[in-house]
Design a protein around this ligand. Structure first.
Ligand SMILES: C[C@@](CO)(OP(=O)(O)O)[C@H](O)COP(=O)(O)OP(=O)(O)OC[C@H]1O[C@@H](n2ccc(N)nc2=O)[C@H](O)[C@@H]1O
Ligand SMILES: Nc1ncnc2c1ncn2[C@@H]1O[C@H](COP(=O)(O)OP(=O)(O)O)[C@@H](O)[C@H]1O
Length: 299
C-alpha cells in the first residue's frame, strides 16, 4: 500500500469566545463560535514497521524540541482505542505558528486521527474518533469536524450553527507564543451568559455586527500578558474594509473579518512583514483536502 492523501489541518478561529463557568477540575466552560481558515498544516502517513514523525515546512524548527508531539500522542491513542498496532511513518508539514490561539497542535492531532483511521481501517467509527479526540485536548474534537461549529462544555459539546454568509478572514500574529493555561489563569473573575444565535446572517457585515458585542473573554488577560496584541488588533482594525478585529482563542493570533476573501488578502499584505499574516477564505468544507487546497498564503 502506498501513502495516503495528505490531509489538511486548517487553523481554528474563535470568532467569539465566552467563558461561562468553571468545572471542579479547573477547566473552563466555554461558548464559542469556531470556524476554520483556508490556511493550515498538512499531515500525511504511509505504512511502516514502527511509528515515526518527520517535520517539514516553515514552522518545523519551532517543534523540533517538542518531547511528545500531539501527532504522535494522537496516533498512540487511536491505536490503543482501536486495538491495532501503531505503525505509520507520519509527516507533518508545519505552517501555523505554535501556541497562538488557532489550535495548530489540535488541528494536527485531528488530521492525524483522520488519516490514520483511514490507513489502519479501524472500526471505531465517528463516535469512537470523537472520544479519542476529546482525550487529547479541548480543541481536538472541533478540529476533527473542521467546519463552523458552536463549542460548549470544555470544547467537547459541538452543535451546528446557522449557515454563515460568505466573508473574508485575516489572521495576524506578532510571532509571540502565548501559553493557554497562563491566559485562563490571568483572566478577571466572573462568567458571561451563553450566546444566543439568530436564524442566520444576511451578509458579512451583519455577522460582524452580531459578533461585536459577544467579545472574546480571554482578550484582556492575553493583552496583559502580551501587550503587542493590542497593536495587532489596532492595525487590523485600521485596514480598509475591516468589519471586526478580535483575538482568537487564548491568543496571540488576531482575526479580521472582511466582506470578501480578496479584501482580507489585501489587508493582510498591508500588515507589518515581520508578523505572521494570512488573508483569504474559510477552509473548504471537506476535511480530507489535498495540500493544494491550502489557499493563498503570505510568507
Ligand atoms: C482557548 C481555546 C479555545 O478554542 O483555544 P486555543 O487558545 O488553545 O487555540 C481552547 O479551549 C484551548 O484548547 P486546548 O489548547 O486544546 O486546551 P488543552 O490542551 O485541553 O488545555 C490546556 C490548558 O488550558 C486550560 N483550559 C483549556 C480549555 C478549557 N476549556 N478550559 C481551560 O481551562 C487548562 O488550564 C488546560 O490545562
Ligand atoms: N503538532 C504540534 N503543533 C503545535 N504545537 C504542538 C504540537 N505538538 C505539541 N505541541 C505543543 O502544544 C502547545 C500548544 O500548541 P498549539 O496547539 O499551537 O497552541 P494553541 O492551542 O494556543 O493554538 C505548544 O506550545 C507545543 O508545546
Amino acid at each position: 500500500m502506498s501513502g495516503f492523501a495528505p490531509t489538511f489541518a486548517p487553523a481554528k478561529v474563535n470568532l467569539a469566545l465566552r467563558v461561562t463557568g468553571r468545572r471542579a477540575d479547573g477547566y473552563h466552560l466555554l461558548d464559542s463560535l469556531a470556524v476554520f481558515a483556508g490556511v493550515g498544516d498538512v499531515v500525511s502517513a504511509r505504512p511502516a514497521e514502527g511509528l515515526t514523525l518527520s517535520l517539514a515546512g516553515p514552522g518545523a524548527e519551532a517543534l523540533r524540541a517538542e518531547p511528545d508531539n500531539l501527532v504522535l500522542r494522537a496516533a498512540r491513542a487511536l491505536a490503543d482505542t482501536a486495538g491495532v498496532p501503531a505503525r505509520a511513518a507520519i509527516t507533518l508539514e508545519k505552517h501555523l505558528p505554535v501556541a497562538s490561539g488557532i489550535g495548530g497542535g489540535s488541528a494536527d492531532a485531528a488530521a492525524a486521527l483522520r488519516v490514520l483511521d483511514a490507513l489502519w481501517g479501524t472500526a471505531i467509527g465517528a463516535e469512537g474518533l470523537r472520544q479519542v479526540a476529546a482525550g487529547l485536548g479541548a480543541d481536538v474534537p472541533v478540529c476533527v469536524e473542521s467546519r463552523p461549529m458552536r463549542m460548549r462544555g470544555v470544547g467537547e459539546v459541538l452543535d451546528p450553527v446557522p449557515p454563515l454568509p460568505p466573508f473574508g478572514l485575516l489572521l495576524a500574529n506578532p510571532r509571540l507564543a502565548l501559553a493557554t493555561p497562563a491566559v485562563f489563569k490571568a483572566r478577571a473573575p466572573g462568567f458571561s451568559p451563553p450566546i444566543a444565535y439568530p436564524e442566520g446572517w444576511r451578509d458579512a457585515a451583519a455577522l460582524a455586527d452580531w459578533l461585536r458585542p459577544l467579545g472574546n473573554d480571554l482578550e484582556a488577560a492575553a493583552i496583559t500578558l502580551c501587550p503587542p496584541i493590542a497593536e495587532v488588533l489596532a492595525a487590523i482594525a485600521a485596514t480598509p474594509g475591516c468589519l471586526l478585529a478580535r483575538m482568537s482563542g487564548s491568543g496571540a493570533t488576531c482575526v479580521g473579518i472582511f466582506a470578501t476573501p480578496a479584501a482580507a488578502e489585501a489587508a493582510a499584505a498591508a500588515l507589518p512583514a515581520s508578523w505572521w499574516r494570512w488573508g483569504g477564505a474559510e477552509a473548504p468544507g471537506d476535511a480530507g483536502l489535498p495540500a493544494a487546497a491550502r489557499g493563498p498564503r503570505l510568507p
